[in-house]
Design a protein around this ligand. Structure first.
Ligand SMILES: C[S@@+](CC[C@H](N)C(=O)[O-])C[C@H]1O[C@@H](n2cnc3c(N)ncnc32)[C@H](O)[C@@H]1O
Length: 248
């Protein structure tokens, strides 16, 4: 399903692909996003090791997929991403660690899934996870997606998302920006240097350039969507892991 090309024919990339060359993603994202691995591990630690069916939205090159498959050894994963380039990298990575048989890859827009336009409508999951993808949706679609996730979870199931969040004020925005710059310096680079490798994206399907919401707004949307318990298990400056459980 996914093509092996690392850039699109037009040179433009989809929102969320970040880098012009897909091969730059894994190293680039670790310089751009402070504590990226710790953030994904925070999601993994929220998952019950007994989960058997997991849904991932916006799997990208499969970094979270790897961690989820590791921590939930009995689980099968359904991974959705609209980018054939990212899916191609994820597929190769998971195949390399011998876990290809546990993953179903779906090339689709998760906004379409939220709207009921992708298969899977009757499928239920123990857990849904996502990282660095949902912040590309307008808030109205985020809410619709959270509602869709809520009704797709088995009783007691949970959803965990890692995303950049909107700063609470201009002063907080400066503090968060400084933390990112400091992180890049610790990695031996600068944000300017890393950002020079970014591609140019135009809106694609339901996704746009960043459409950040505050942590509080996310928790309100999750509650409105039907989640019974909502929580923020991890936060580092302008990044957060948040989600919740549906009722038993
Ligand atoms: C920044 S990457 C993050 C990938 C991975 N989750 C990670 O943390 O490394 C965001 C991914 O979300 C995908 N994406 C963004 N909007 C999407 C949408 N509406 N439907 C499906 N995939 C989407 C992009 O193609 C990209 O692969």
């Amino acid at each position: 399903m996914a093509s092996n090309t690392s850039t699109s024919a037009s040179g433009a990339i989809f929102p969320g692909e970040v880098f012009a060359q897909t091969a730059d993603f894994d190293a680039g994202i670790r310089a751009l996003i402070p504590r990226y691995d710790e953030m994904l591990e925070a999601i993994a630690h929220c998952l019950p090791s007994t989960a058997t069916r997991i849904l991932e939205l916006g799997c990208g090159t499969g970094e979270l997929s790897l961690k989820v498959l590791e921590i939930c050894p009995e689980a099968d994963l359904v991974a959705i991403d609209y980018s054939p380039r990212m899916l191609s990298y994820a597929q190769a990575k998971i195949k390399q660690v011998g876990k290809a048989s546990r993953v179903t890859w779906i090339e689709a827009d998760f906004g379409d899934w939220a709207s009921g336009n992708v298969g899977l409508q009757t499928q239920k999951f123990d857990v849904c996870v996502s990282s660095l993808a949902i912040h590309h949706l307008e808030d109205a679609i985020k809410l619709k997606l959270f509602q869709r996730i809520c009704t797709s979870l088995n009783p007691g199931g949970s959803f965990w998302n890692a995303d950049p969040v909107l700063s609470e004020s201009p002063a907080m925005s400066e503090i968060y920006d400084a933390a990112r710059e400091e992180w890049a310096a610790q990695q031996g680079t600068t944000l300017t240097e890393v950002r020079a490798k970014r591609g140019t994206s135009n809106p694609q399907g339901y996704s746009n350039h960043d459409r950040l919401a505050t942590v509080t707004a996310h928790l309100e949307m999750l509650t409105q969507a039907g989640f019974q318990t909502v929580a923020v298990p991890w936060k580092y400056y302008g990044l957060a892991v948040f989600g919740g459980f549906v009722g038993k």
